[in-house]
Design a protein around this ligand. Structure first.
Ligand code: FES
Length: 272
């Protein structure tokens, strides 16, 4: 069993938990994920490792309460334990580049943060652009500032940071002469698609994390299948990171939509 050491509400729908899981903490690298089960009857869900400390054996996960399992997870309190917590899984992110731009959208920032941190520790100059719908949804502001040389906060309604999209800020920086070796985008699929449209124009290599399309993380359900160039890949086994200029985002989005009604049905059952 894996004890919940700390539970912190980051915003009305996003929670951080610190779990005692020494075997995961020892080997975890940026970009990897775990699969957890809340209890014996629970389904398996993949969640990205937001932080890990090999010394203390602590692993942080950040999740959005969107369905039956994340609701059940959110009912757990500090001191209680999770049934399973398996990992680290997936391919680690490639941490190479002198000047990189890490872009996070919404809860995707939970995945963008360990990536920005890994680049920072590797000695890269890190510019971080994060975007949220409004002030109430901002997460990990202090953590990002700590690992970023430049930090830009964007919001859809202008209630915090600058009003606009992450792509507006990215294009503004590029047009002002800032040069990036690499852009890493993590967030809603539609955001990653538009980031890639910008970076294609300026020929900047771009990595996207296709974590949001993963369902069970086992390589078995087929839910995370996606087209990358001429190849078919599975986000949970071959990724989650891929060359963003080769990903077929439209196909990935229609696949995502197909699972939305199923997720809603499960959530409604849990709540009633
Ligand atoms: Fe099920 Fe990848 S998430 S196959």
């Amino acid at each position: 069993m894996y004890t919940i050491l700390k539970k912190e509400i980051l915003n009305p729908t996003v929670t951080k938990m610190v779990i005692q899981a020494p075997n995961v903490a020892k080997r975890a690298k940026a970009g990897q994920f775990i699969i957890l089960r809340v209890d014996e009857q629970g389904e398996r869900i993949p969640l990205t490792i937001a932080d890990a400390d090999p010394e203390t054996g602590e692993v942080s996960i950040i999740y959005q309460i969107v369905g039956k399992t994340t609701m059940a997870l959110n009912q757990k309190q500090e001191g209680e334990a999770l049934q399973d917590f398996v990992g680290p899984l997936g391919q680690p992110s490639e941490i190479e580049g002198e000047r990189v731009c890490v872009i996070g959208g919404g809860v995707g920032c939970a995945i963008a943060y360990p990536t920005a941190k890994a680049f920072h520790h590797a000695g890269s100059e890190v510019s971080t652009i994060v975007g949220f719908r409004n002030q109430d949804l901002v997460i990990l502001e202090d953590e990002f500032k700590e690992v970023s040389d430049h930090y830009y906060l964007m919001s859809d309604d202008g209630s915090v940071g600058e009003k606009g999209l992450v792509t507006n800020k990215l294009e503004e920086l590029i047009q002002n002469g800032v040069q990036f070796d690499k852009v890493i985008a993590i967030g809603p699929v539609i955001m990653m698609k538009f980031v890639c449209e910008v970076t294609k124009k300026y020929n900047i290599p771009t990595v996207v994390s296709m974590n949001p399309i993963m369902i069970d993380g086992t390589g078995m359900c087929g839910g995370c299948r996606l087209k990358v160039g001429d190849e078919i890949k599975f986000a949970c086994v071959d990724g989650p990171d891929f060359d963003g200029h080769l990903v077929d985002f439209d196909e990935a989005m229609s696949r995502n939509r197909a699972y939305a009604s199923f997720e809603k049905h499960e959530r409604d059952e849990f709540c009633n």
